[in-house]
Design a protein around this ligand. Structure first.
Ligand code: MN
Length: 218
């Protein structure tokens, strides 16, 4: 029979060998904060079920494969890791990034200002041209994935799209760089409210885009 001290030792041992433990970051607003554009039930399931599952499965994959690295290190070297790390590590990074990019709708027009507005005008000619190209990337992504605004290593702003939970930080990405903003176009992000109408979801999403957060990523 194990003594109390044995149990304490076993617990300490378990802690030391548990591997990296990624965790769900707090959601910066209530589930209903993005209504009516993104509904409460979608947010609750998206965050507490989908994102949580990416975190759990990433921890499991890292544990099973004895991987001990930061999320950023995983992304940068993703071609060297098992596909479960790519899918779930990408899922964890992408959703952690995505929650920060949204906030409660502010009113009729939610447009960028200051340096982010200047940067978009310089890169795309106008805000409308940028928005059109970004929407196209979101609409043309076949199946599940993401559309991104990316800052390339050369400092250029470009629009890209990735399949599944891939992202521009990954060494396997077609367009590599630092994500400035991105939109989740998996059906789980919109199906409860918008069903098959991805365009309606993407159009509504611009109302909850947090331009201050986008500007910080620039
Ligand atoms: Mn998602």
């Amino acid at each position: 029979m194990a003594s109390g001290l044995d149990r304490v030792a076993a617990l300490a041992d378990e802690t030391l060998t548990a591997g990296p433990a990624f965790s769900l970051p707090p959601l910066p607003y209530a589930y209903d904060a993005l209504e009516p554009h993104i509904d409460k039930m979608t947010m609750e399931i998206h965050y507490s079920k989908h994102h949580q599952a990416y975190v759990n499965n990433l921890n499991k994959a890292c544990d099973e494969n004895k991987i001990n690295a930061t999320l950023e290190e995983l992304m940068k070297n993703i071609s060297k890791y098992p596909v479960a790390v790519r899918n779930n590590g990408g899922g964890h990074w992408n959703h952690s990034f995505f929650w920060q990019l949204m906030n409660a709708p502010k009113g009729a027009s939610n447009l960028p200002s200051g340096k982010i507005a200047d940067a978009l005008n310089a890169a795309f000619g106008s805000f409308d041209a940028f928005q059109k190209q970004f929407n196209e990337a979101a609409m043309k992504r076949f199946g599940s994935g993401w559309a991104w605004l990316v800052k390339t290593p050369e400092g250029k702003l470009v629009i890209a799209s990735t399949p599944n939970q891939d992202n521009p930080l990954m060494d396997i990405a077609e367009v590599k760089g630092m994500p400035v903003m991105g939109v989740d176009v998996w059906e789980h992000a919109y199906y409860l409210k918008y069903q098959n109408k991805r365009a309606d979801y993407v159009n509504a999403w611009w109302n909850v885009l947090n331009w201050e957060a986008v500007a910080k990523n620039l």
